[in-house]
Design a protein around this ligand. Structure first.
Ligand code: ADP
Ligand code: MG
Length: 755
């Protein structure tokens, strides 16, 4: 399915997102639409062929929105092969909005505060039956002169809301504020200029200019703070973009020239001096150093890198001068992948948000209806109980109050701001979350399954013992050599370890034929006419190779030590074993303990034999073990746990664990460094620190808690405010303040997730 991303202009709040989604979905060629209020982006998925941009915009023009392709934005610029130095266009737009908004907000808010203080003074003086020190008439004349620029200049966006309502019959929060403040202004202006009307209708002296001033002042100030915090929520991407080096010293022939980063090409040799950033992903070919990778992995210890080892662009060279060969540039670099992942996650929608979206899309029309209804009721029923002169001001203030208090702005911000801040925070700690859904799901996890090799253990096994069945005429080195000859064709960590040990010993490795790897079991093949089989005890049993009592004794002790035993058979006869030790990671115990403290069931899963598995599990503090599980059965084991009602997170290396990662409710993959976009994983941990499993689950818990708080407060204001306003018990000016306060409190609450 083809997906396109757009910037949306003309959006003001969550109800806009719902309008855009509904309008575009009417087109049959469009499969799905997701509009994110916080990032102001729309993701459109087409059933078959993409729809022309003009057609999309034609559908939206009647509602006052425009889509522009996300060309200049970070994701697509990095998506092209060349440039890496990227600007964040969303940020620029927000800064422009800030420029436009700041003087208006300062002006309106400043006046609103003064009027508010005077208004409170007036109320207090009235309560103690004292005269207000400004004569009433002049007080209102003064307010008229202040309210006029506030409504017509600083309040232009609210006017646009009314225009949109009249022209396109679609309402947003600006419409609500616009109608409310204009009605208050018109009512007051009419009575101020025609005082006779006041007497004729028996209206009280009270005018509502203060409502216009205070509502616009506070709402604009709230909007100002909102844009400011939105700028802050985008900081994570901003910070990642800033990590890039700007130039590289590239060897061109005999010379070293400084070239801009975007001109570095795959295969180029780059020199990196001490203290400089590594320009692109590559391999060290000369020199050795320590590299600070903390900016990408959150890992504070610098890592040693020498010739032949990979280095990641944007990390910092701490010690020695090195030369590297560029392997990935532009959109292929680790940093570009990380940025893409974070951007995608920030633009995605959490399931919990659907509820808020639906609520706010029905909210605005319903609110307008309620406001009209209460206006009518006050004018009819109200004026039959009271005089018309008493009922009219109550009707107006109920109408205005409802419109103002009911803005669903906070509701729209409640979830997306949390998702953005939280995925950004996670990325800074080396935790890459694929989408909002995964982030939301993580808080429900009740069982965590760890893969053994490479996840709980270091994944760098060492050959520790070699034993040969007595009577077999072969040296230990010859056995090792034969096994290595087969293992050179396998990618398994054990295979790599055996090959390395053999090379280190200086034993020659020859060629084998008919080599076949049996995943999660071993390898077979032919060397100089002899058939060899290398692997687990079970594998040998499957090939009906007899057990050897002499070996059993030795292997029992090795397994009890947590060593992995590799059995070797030649021409269907058992001839010896190799034992490999793979130490558990130093942080494994702490990682397991922290999860157990959260009352999460921790399980270890491995293809290794029961005895070895038990020994390793014991070292890590894990009680439950699934051993001798073939790779293809790992997913089934996860499913078993799910059928027991557990929400399962599977932690693995993402290569041979892929099916289990997919089967799990939450797949967590350990990235080895250069590949961060692991397809099968919902969460990728950079640099393999498994303590981050706990960090990720905790972050998800906090995020969900804060989203729920936000939704509660957003609703709370509306639910309490609407009936109060309808019964004329809420001064519309206070409604304006409450509404601004609720947006700001939601945002401030979300920003707590930055830590
Ligand atoms: P884990 O679940 O611990 O990651 P695997 O499922 O990859 O382990 O493998 C399970 C067992 O199969 C290993 O412990 C080892 O005994 C055996 N095995 C797998 N591949 C090989 C190989 N290439 N050479 C020797 N033994 C192997
Ligand atoms: Mg494995």
């Amino acid at each position: 399915m083809i997906k396109e991303q757009f910037r949306v202009t003309g959006m003001t709040c969550a109800s806009c997102a719902a309008i855009i989604e509904r309008t575009l979905k009417k087109n049959e060629a469009i499969h799905s639409v997701a509009v994110n209020v916080a990032t102001e982006q729309a993701t459109v998925e087409y059933s078959n062929t993409p729809v022309a941009l003009n057609d999309l915009n034609a559908a939206l023009v009647t509602h006052g929105y425009t889509l522009t392709p996300l060309q200049a934005a970070a994701s697509s610029a990095i998506g092209q092969t060349k440039p890496v130095v990227v600007e964040n266009s969303l940020r620029k737009d927000r800064e422009a909005e800030m420029q436009e908004l700041r003087p208006k907000a300062v002006f309106a808010f400043g006046i609103a505060v003064v009027i508010f203080v005077l208004m409170i003074t007036e109320i207090v003086l009235q309560a103690v039956s004292k005269e207000f020190f400004i004569p009433m008439h002049w007080w209102y004349v003064m307010q008229f002169f202040l309210a006029t620029p506030i409504l017509f200049w600083t309040g232009d966006r609210f006017f646009a809301g009314i225009v949109r309502f009249i022209k396109y019959r679609s309402a947003d929060m600006n419409t609500l504020v616009g109608i409310g403040t204009t009605v208050a202004y018109v009512y007051s202006t009419v009575l101020l200029t025609i005082p006779e009307l006041q007497e004729a209708l028996g209206l009280p002296e009270t005018l509502y200019f203060d409502v216009t001033i205070i509502v616009i002042g506070f709402v604009l100030f709230g909007k100002y703070l909102e844009v400011r915090s939105k700028l802050k929520t985008g900081e994570a991407i901003e910070a990642l973009l800033k990590l890039q080096a700007t130039t590289a010293h590239v060897k061109r022939g005999e010379q070293i020239v400084d070239v801009p980063l975007e001109q570095v090409q795959v295969g180029d040799l780059c020199v990196v001096k001490v203290g400089e950033k590594i320009p692109v992903d590559g391999e060290v070919i000369e020199g050795s150093t320590h590299i600070d990778e903390s900016m990408l992995t959150g890992e504070s210890m610098p890592v040693k890198r020498t010739a032949g080892e990979p280095v990641i662009g944007s990390t910092v060279n701490k010690e020695g001068v090195i030369t590297l060969r560029a392997k990935h540039v532009g959109s292929d670099t680790v940093l570009a992948q990380i940025i893409r992942l974070v951007e995608n996650a920030q633009g995605s929608k959490a399931p919990i948000q659907r509820f808020a979206d639906i609520a706010s899309s029905y909210f605005v029309p319903i609110v307008i209806a309620i406001a009209m209804l209460s206006l009518l009721l006050w004018l009819t029923v109200g004026s039959s109980l009271l005089t018309f002169g008493q009922a009219l001001p109550l009707a107006i203030s109920a109408f205005v109050g409802i419109l103002v208090i009911a803005c669903p702005c906070a509701l729209g911000l409640a979830t997306p701001t949390c998702i953005i801040v939280s995925t950004g925070t996670a990325a800074r700690r080396g935790i890459l979350i694929k989408n909002a859904e995964s982030l939301e799901l993580a808080h429900k996890v009740t069982a965590v399954v760890f893969d053994k090799t490479g996840t709980l253990t270091q994944g760098k096994p060492q050959v520790t013992d070699i034993a040969i069945v007595s009577g077999v005429r072969m040296t230990k080195d010859e056995l090792l050599q034969a096994v290595a000859t087969l293992e050179q064709y396998s990618d398994h960590p054990l295979a790599t370890a055996i090959v390395n040990t053999t090379r280190d010993k200086g034993c020659p490795i020859t060629q084998a034929t008919d080599v076949k790897e049996i995943a999660g079991a071993g390898v077979q093949g032919v060397i100089t006419g002899q058939t060899w089989l290398v692997g687990t005890e079970a594998l040998l049993a499957e090939h009906s190779i007899m057990r050897c009592a002499e070996l059993d004794e030795q292997t029992a002790a090795l397994k009890a030590d947590g060593k992995t035993v590799v059995y070797v058979a030649q021409n269907k006869q058992p001839i010896g074993i190799l034992a490999l030790a793979d130490a558990i990671k130093s942080e494994a115990i702490a990682a397991v303990q922290s999860l157990q403290a959260m009352h999460i069931q921790v399980v270890m899963m491995t293809g290794d034999n029961q005895a070895t598995a038990q020994a390793i599990a014991k070292q890590a503090g894990i009680q439950e073990v699934f051993a001798e599980v073939r790779p293809e059965h790992k997913a089934a084991k996860v499913k078993e746990l799910q059928q027991q009602g557990k929400t399962v997170a599977m932690v693995g290396d993402g290569i041979n664990d892929a099916p289990a990662l997919v089967q799990a409710d939450l797949g967590i993959a350990m990235s080895t460094g250069t590949d961060v976009a692991i397809e099968s994983a919902d969460i990728t941990l950079l640099h393999g620190d498994i303590r981050k499993v706990y960090t990720a689950l905790q972050l998800s818990k906090r995020t969900i808690r804060i989203i729920k708080q936000n939704l509660f407060w957003a609703f709370f204001y509306n639910v309490i405010g609407i009936p109060l306003a309808a019964f004329g018990m809420l001064n519309p000016a206070f409604a304006g303040m409450a509404m601004a306060f609720s947006s700001v409190s939601v945002l401030t609450n979300s920003l707590r997730l930055r830590r």
